[in-house]
Design a protein around this ligand. Structure first.
Ligand code: NAD
Ligand code: UGA
Length: 458
């Protein structure tokens, strides 16, 4: 099928950047990104994009109005498109069967119903959202049972971009994965999507599989990445107990080419909207299949992650008690990693909540996350959090003399570049730094005079 118009339902962290690149690289295809959230669409059409991602605004500027459009008219753009991407959120279910584990597919299913309702011509439907294995079957069933006048081909094309490096990941992806049916119509649909990607991705980096392998590979990739972080984080505690240094251990094992050095950076715990929900989903699928040992194995990745956030918080609280500090804490970083304005499941939320539960006053600073979002995150975790203990600051260094405790929760470059020597002269004594990312030079910072507590190094 010749693709002239693409519609992508969902203008979020995946839909927006992914479609911007597809539009940039395929100037002859019109790409319409639609969303039911009018505020978000207005932001995509403004100078102030709803997603902060290095390099994104230049790509949007180049393609927007030419062949990239953002709209709330979902029906119209589904109708006119030959290819429709579903890129909506798939959060963990909060009620019903599978509550707390299974992926909530209500948004995906709503899209399938809407597509079935408005389609008058044949379409290729591309599952971009991360979904449980065999979801494509459900989508097929919804589409075909509700509209038998047109032909729908379903593809799975999971996204592997990481926030903060999304534009680079999209420009030079390690691989593009496309799952489709092994029928002649299915193969033609796969070819149509392959053609769009070959505008910029070498064909040998495009992997085609059956639908279910593609769906399961996405969950598995995230589970493997998260597992490495929990592995190194679990060892950080062992390092603290034994006097080994996790940075040295991480370097030493990462130099083994069979292990590799990626995703071995110890931290206060992984965050982001996906690792936790995708592992919960994997655990749910394994348990549903009666594979309890498999489920327990993967669940442990999440148990260690929570333990890491809690033990980091406890360390701060214990020091405050031991040193009899009258603490005023400056917490640096709210985003779940640097170079994004996304704070979903950020470790900072959990650490702050733990400190607030101990009546500790906290000033919070992040270069990109807005105050309303921080408030939302805190009340989402604990609706009764003590608002009088929290303050949101725009210039963290201005009032530096008020603090005696600094907690680093995100690895923003900006924090590395602070002149810590000058700050030390101004800050209240004794001065503590709890570095949840090990971003500062331990020897240098201790020489300045700070009590420096990192992760996995004493
Ligand atoms: P998001 O919450 O940022 O965006 C989803 C958007 O879909 C929202 O703007 C919402 O309003 C819209 N939406 C939901 N239902 C709709 C409907 N029926 N009609 C119109 N709009 C609708 O989510 P995201 O971070 O972009 O993630 C989307 C999917 O991609 C998830 O399944 C996620 O697991 C997966 N994923 C995310 C990332 C990431 O880095 N964020 C990376 C890879 C895969
Ligand atoms: C992750 C995957 O890396 C993407 O491939 C995937 O597409 C995406 O999830 C998804 O499905 O949503 P993302 O969560 O955006 O991407 O960012 P990561 O770079 O994976 O970082 C996740 C969390 O792990 C962050 O909090 C980060 O600080 C932490 N992390 C990462 C570590 O603590 N140590 C590391 O070595 C690497």
């Amino acid at each position: 099928m010749k693709i002239k118009n693409i519609c992508c339902i969902g203008a979020g962290y995946v839909g927006g950047p992914t479609m911007s690149i597809i539009a940039q690289k395929n100037p002859k295809i019109n790409v319409y990104v639609v969303d039911m959230n009018a505020k978000k669409i207005a932001a995509w059409n403004s100078e102030n994009l709803p997603v902060y991602e290095p390099g994104l605004s230049n790509v949007v500027k180049e393609a927007r109005g030419r062949n990239l459009f953002f709209s709330t008219d979902v029906n119209k753009h589904i109708e006119q498109a030959e290819m429709v991407f579903i890129s909506v959120n798939t959060p963990t279910k909060i009620s019903g069967e599978g509550k707390g584990y299974a992926a909530d597919l209500k948004y995906v299913e709503a899209c399938a119903k809407q597509i079935a309702e408005v389609s008058k011509s044949n379409k290729i439907i591309v599952e971009k959202s991360t979904v449980p294995v065999r979801t494509s079957e459900k989508i097929k069933q919804i589409l075909r049972s509700r509209n038998s006048d047109v032909d729908f081909q379903i593809l799975s094309n999971p996204e592997f971009l990481a926030e903060g490096t999304a534009m680079r990941d999209l420009e030079i992806p390690d691989r593009v994965l496309i799952g489709g049916d092994n029928t002649s119509e299915g193969k033609k649909a796969v070819d149509s999507l392959v053609k769009i990607y070959t505008s910029w991705v070498p064909v040998e980096n495009i992997l085609t599989t059956n639908l279910w392998s593609s769906e399961l590979s996405k969950l598995t990739a995230n589970a493997f990445l998260a597992q490495r972080i929990s592995s190194i984080n679990s060892l950080s505690e062992l390092c603290e107990a034994t006097g080994a240094d996790i940075e040295e251990v991480s370097k030493a094992i990462g130099m083994d080419s069979r292990i590799g050095k990626s995703f071995l950076k110890t931290s206060v715990g992984f965050g982001g909207s996906c690792f936790q929900k995708d592992i919960l989903n994997l655990v749910y699928i394994a348990r549903s299949e009666g594979l309890d040992k498999v489920a327990d194995y993967w669940e442990q990745v999440l148990i260690i992650n929570q333990h890491q956030r809690d033990r980091f918080s406890k360390k701060i609280i214990d020091f405050i008690i031991k040193e009899n500090l009258k603490p005023k804490v400056l917490l640096l970083g709210w985003a779940f990693k640097k170079d994004t304005n996304d704070s979903r499941e950020s470790a900072a939320i959990y650490v702050t909540n733990n400190l607030l539960n101990n009546n500790i006053k906290i000033d919070i600073y992040d270069p990109k996350v807005e105050e309303y979002q921080i408030k939302f995150d805190l009340s989402n975790l604990n609706p009764d959090f003590d608002k009088s203990l929290v303050n949101y600051v725009k210039k963290p260094l201005k009032g530096i003399c008020e603090y005696n405790t600094i907690v680093i929760t995100t690895e923003w470059e900006e924090f590395k570049k602070f002149d810590w020597e000058i700050l030390y002269k101004k800050i209240k004594k004794p001065a503590f730094i709890f570095d949840g990312r090990n971003i500062l030079d331990i020897e240098k910072i201790r020489k300045i005079g700070f009590n420096y507590i990192g992760i996995g190094r004493e």
